[in-house]
Write a protein that binds this ligand. Structure first.
Ligand code: ADP
Length: 362
């Protein structure tokens, strides 16, 4: 090939190259523009969890600066304890909530998505507005419940006096007054349960104690026997291993009582109810198994929602408020546990929860 032909080919290559460069830089700038437009803060971490790349929103919401974050470990940049625990646990199937490092008033929902070979994509979404609406909602429920408490106590009290007055002039009204009395008692139970849920949602500084669950479990069993009364369920309590527990006594009492009273209310007379406490290798567990009516699988995921009932009539006639399992869910959440439900229609149900390994103070 002549020198001239070489030069022509070289020239062509140069033109091709510069076209390619322009194309790449156009793609890059489009990528930058689109990531800047992303509503969420986005950070790319390598397999060592050091920062490789971040967008504009990460500067605004996470307090990253334009230059000096590259190569820094994410733990050094985001110091929130909840975030650090999330990162250390390495289970990224859920997201967490934390205050923005730049402003405590801003609430962020942070999610980590693994990609490539051990790399991580961190996304932080501003959920301040959502959190405010949630607070308004739960304050409203708490206020309404609180306001209803006193009038209900008065009405209930007068109805009780009328029932027990012995006044013959009132005798013909007794069946009606009796019904009003029962219904006002039901409303009182609903109000008390709503107030308890509000407290479970909003109180974060609660006193955690170390206690022995054995007397609590015996009391819960005795309650079940009393509730069963003439129905004479066969209530068995089985305790194995360490019974020391660290938590809030009243909350655990309320959760276990709710599960056991449900077992009585949804099991035909004479049926077996098995209450168990044992220690698994990961920590203590509690379960209530009944030989009751059971639950169809499609209802199970929704049972812990407030006022969700499979059969409204049955729940009401057995004295339910529709809030028992919602209370259980909140209590367990506050004790690092969650409710597991197994059930077979017509055969019975098992409600189980396992707690993290207990750390006792001496
Ligand atoms: P309720 O006051 O209606 O019992 P809960 O929140 O305690 O409210 O329970 C929600 C629903 O879950 C109940 O209405 C019932 O349909 C179902 N459920 C709860 N426990 C049991 C059980 N042991 N067996 C069968 N169904 C149950």
């Amino acid at each position: 090939m002549s020198a001239n032909a070489y030069e022509i080919q070289l020239d062509r290559l140069r033109v091709k190259n510069s076209k390619r460069k322009r194309k790449i830089s156009r793609i890059l700038s489009e990528f930058r523009e689109s990531t800047t437009a992303l509503p969420d803060a986005t950070v790319v971490l390598d397999r060592e969890q050091t920062v490789q790349w971040w967008n504009e929103k990460a500067i605004e919401k996470l307090g990253f600066n334009r230059k000096s974050c590259r190569g820094k470990h994410i733990r050094k940049l985001l110091k929130d304890p909840v975030f650090r625990a999330y990162l250390d646990a390495g289970d990224f199937s859920n997201q967490i909530e934390m205050p923005a490092p730049v402003n405590e008033q801003v609430k962020l929902e942070v999610r980590i998505v693994p990609f490539g070979k051990g790399k991580l994509l961190l996304q932080a979404r501003d959920i301040t507005r959502l959190a405010q609406l949630e607070t308004i909602r739960s304050d409203f429920v708490a206020n309404v419940s609180h306001e209803m408490r006193t009038p209900l106590t008065v009405v209930h009290g007068y109805l009780e006096s009328m029932l027990h007055s012995g006044d013959q002039a009132l005798a013909e009204w007794n069946p009606i007054v009796e019904q009003m009395y029962q219904q006002s008692a039901r409303m009182q139970r609903i109000v008390e349960d709503l107030l308890l849920i509000s407290r479970l949602e909003s109180e974060h500084d609660r006193t955690v104690d170390q206690f022995d669950v054995r007397p609590l479990l015996s009391a819960v069993r005795d309650e079940a026997v009393t509730l069963s009364g003439e129905q004479k369920h066969n209530v068995i309590l089985e305790i194995e291993g360490d019974t020391n527990f660290v938590g809030v006594f009243s909350e655990i009492d309320s959760a276990f009582s709710n599960l056991v009273s449900n077992a009585v209310r949804y099991t035909p007379a004479g049926g077996d109810i098995h209450i168990r406490w044992w220690n698994s290798k990961n920590g203590p567990c509690f379960s209530v198994a009944d030989a009751g009516i059971g639950i169809e699988p499609e209802h199970i995921p929704r049972l812990t929602e407030r006022f969700y009932r499979v059969d409204v009539g049955r729940s009401r006639s057995s004295g339910g408020t529709g809030l028992g399992l919602a209370i259980v869910k909140h209590v367990l959440l506050r004790h690092g546990s969650e409710l597991q439900i197994e059930s077979k229609l017509g055969k019975g149900s098992t409600f189980k929860c396992c707690f993290p390994a207990q750390k006792y103070s001496d």
